[in-house]
Design a protein around this ligand. Structure first.
Ligand SMILES: C[S@@+](CC[C@H](N)C(=O)[O-])C[C@H]1O[C@@H](n2cnc3c(N)ncnc32)[C@H](O)[C@@H]1O
Length: 247
C-alpha cells in the first residue's frame, strides 16, 4: 500500500534504476531458453528425496517430493528471476554468490547475463543439486560453480577465500536468525559497489524484522523494497534512504 511509482523518487540513482532496469521489459533471448527448462520441470513427475535445511518447508510435508511440486512452490517467478538477470547485466559484478540453488532457475538467470563472471551457488540437498546441475549442463553454462553444502558450513570457509563480495542473492533458510547471520558474515566483505538481494522479506514476521535490521546496518546506504525482494546498496555516495517501490 505504501509503494510508490517513479514520481515519488527523488534519488537520481534510484529513479534511473527503477525506470531503466527494474521495470525494463525487454525479452532477452535467453529468457525463453530458461523458461522452457522451468516448463519441463513443472511437468516432471519424478519424485526425489529432499532434505530441506531451511524454513521453506511449510508447503511440503513428506521427504519425497515431485520435481514438479518443487518447481511450482520453491522457485522465483520469471518476473523476479529476470530482474536478477537485469541487475547483473547492469552492474556486471565479478563474483556472484547465491544461497539457495534449488533446481537452478534463478542461478541460470544470474549466470546468463554475463558469462565472464563466476556464479557460486549453494544447495544443501544433494538430490535437488543433481537436478540443478543437469539444468546447467543443458544450457551449457560454464560459469556456474554448484556447491552441495549447508550454508553454515560453506560460508565461513568461502568468505576466507574472497577479498570482496560483489553480488549476493539470499534465497534459502528464511528465518530471522539465519538471514541476519548470513548477512552479518557477508557484510564484512561488502565493497562500495556490492549489491545484496534478499528474497521474501515479508514472508514472515521474522523475515521482516531481519529486513528492518539489515536496513539499519551502518554500511548499508540505499535500499529498495519491491515487496517480494529487497535490494541493498552500500555505495557511500548514495544517501541512507529506504525506497518502497511498486513492481
Ligand atoms: C527457495 S529455494 C531457492 C530457489 C532458487 N533460488 C530459485 O529461485 O530458482 C531455497 C533452497 O535453499 C536450500 N536451503 C535452505 N536452507 C539451506 C541451508 N541452510 N543450507 C543449504 N541449502 C539450504 C533448500 O534446500 C532450497 O532448495
Amino acid at each position: 500500500m505504501k509503494a510508490k511509482n517513479q514520481h515519488g523518487i527523488h534519488s537520481p540513482f534510484v529513479y534511473e534504476l527503477y525506470n531503466n532496469v527494474i521495470k525494463d521489459q525487454t525479452p532477452f533471448y535467453v529468457f525463453s531458453d530458461i523458461e522452457s527448462i522451468r516448463a519441463k520441470l513443472l511437468l516432471t513427475n519424478m519424485e526425489i528425496e529432499v532434505n530441506d535445511y531451511g524454513a521453506g518447508s511449510q508447503i511440503h510435508s513428506s521427504n519425497k517430493r515431485k520435481v514438479s511440486a518443487i518447481a511450482k512452490n520453491s522457485l522465483k517467478a520469471p518476473k523476479y528471476a529476470q530482474l536478477l538477470f537485469r541487475l547483473v547485466n547492469r552492474f556486471k559484478p565479478q563474483n556472484v554468490l547465491e544461497l539457495g540453488t534449488s533446481l537452478g532457475i534463478s542461478t541460470l538467470y544470474l549466470a546468463a547475463s554475463n558469462t565472464k563472471n563466476v556464479i557460486t551457488t549453494v544447495e544443501g540437498c544433494p538430490n535437488v543439486a543433481k537436478v540443478a546441475q543437469i539444468n546447467f549442463d543443458k544450457l551449457g553454462c560454464k560459469n556456474i560453480r554448484l556447491v552441495n553444502q549447508q550454508f553454515d558450513a560453506f560460508l565461513p570457509e568461502y568468505l576466507k577465500t574472497v577479498s570482496s563480495l560483489d553480488f549476493v542473492f539470499f534465497d534459502g533458510n528464511h528465518t530471522k536468525e539465519a538471514t541476519l547471520r548470513y548477512f552479518n558474515w557477508c557484510v564484512e566483505k561488502a565493497n562500495s559497489n556490492s549489491i545484496f538481494v534478499f528474497d521474501d522479506i515479508y514472508w514472515s514476521n521474522g523475515m521482516n524484522e531481519a529486513w528492518q535490521e539489515i536496513k539499519q546496518h551502518p554500511k548499508v546506504t540505499t535500499t529498495i523494497d519491491l515487496f517480494a525482494v529487497g535490494i541493498v546498496f552500500f555505495n557511500p555516495d548514495l544517501s541512507k534512504e529506504h525506497f518502497v517501490l511498486r513492481y
